[in-house]
Design a protein around this ligand. Sequence first.
Ligand code: ADP
Ligand code: MG
Length: 366
Amino acid sequence: MKVVLKHLYKRFPSRNKDGKEVIAVNDFDFEIPDGKLIGLLGPSGCGKSTTLNLISGLEKASDGRIFFGEDDVTDLPPERRGVGLVFQNYALYPHLTVRNNIIFPLQNLKGKDKMTKEAMYAKADEVAKLVQIESYMDRKPSELSGGQQQRVAIARALVKVPKVLLLDEPLSNLDARLRLQTREEIRRIQRNTGVTTIFVTHDQEEAMSISDLIVVMKDGTIQQIDKPQNVYDNPVNLFVAKFLGTPPINVFEGEVKGGRLFIGDQDVLAMKNVDDRKVWVGVRPEGFILDENGPLVCDLTAVEIMGRDTSVVSTHPAFTGVQIRSIIDTAENKVDQDAEKVRFSLKPYKVHIFDHETEERILVEG
Ligand code: ADP
Ligand code: MG
């Protein structure tokens, strides 16, 4: 089931003294393709949960329409939209067994949808298998790990065969290892069921690893919608460039002069077809090449060898952050740890330049 948002807005009355309303969702206008997993990504407070709540019907839109397929669902209450919801806190009923938690949404079906107990149990067994909790059906939630509880919550969201599955930071309460495992589970479950899924997270790595498409948001506005790799390789602005990637992109003060890109007074790259101007220069950590004659000269702070990768930590007067992190192949590592300087040349496709004022990306030809 595709989901279409048409000029969707959500305004909240102010909660502060300034009296200014909050536009939590500002003119969202895009389509979520049928059967895909789409990640809503952005920092805390950017409007992710509000967007999800508008789609589920828990919040009423201030303006705009929401369609499931061809059906306008904007004015439908949540229970008539056919969505499955999973939140950060698993919200299972503590006194019910896993089985009874899962069948809970089926128990109040009325009329022709009413199910027998046997049919409900059969359905519960089916979704329990899908999320691999079939051996815990008689346990109480307190007898399960966090990851298992979250899988029960997912099973409960799937049992009515939702048109759309909505997950709001479902992994945030899990420890690192479980988070990794459960996100792979979610991806697998989504593939197997083919249910259109919207996954909210503030964790860029999580969004990158799981989504078919990422929607990057900031302050209630959409910055970019694209495949994860495209967002990483072609960020539309400095915010998006900085939000995606670990270690983060390295940002320098720079200038384009006479078809060359300068960082400080160091001429680092050719930059054809760009007029002379001040710019922000973003260099991905993997964009540095150790080069003893390289144009970018940095002060070496540390060399951290981490198995396959080596992280070279350095500083530069034109750098905007604290420490430059460049990642190089350990096998290629020829940094003298005791040296004062380290020199790099740059891979052009790993360098992005941004307008100094608007912070929009400046596209460079060739
Ligand atoms: P996220 O899920 O991305 O962290 P939210 O959607 O929860 O962000 O919130 C977006 C913005 O809307 C925030 O500025 C938040 O303070 C505001 N907001 C959310 N709910 C309400 C509400 N019920 N009343 C007033 N402001 C709200
Ligand atoms: Mg939220």
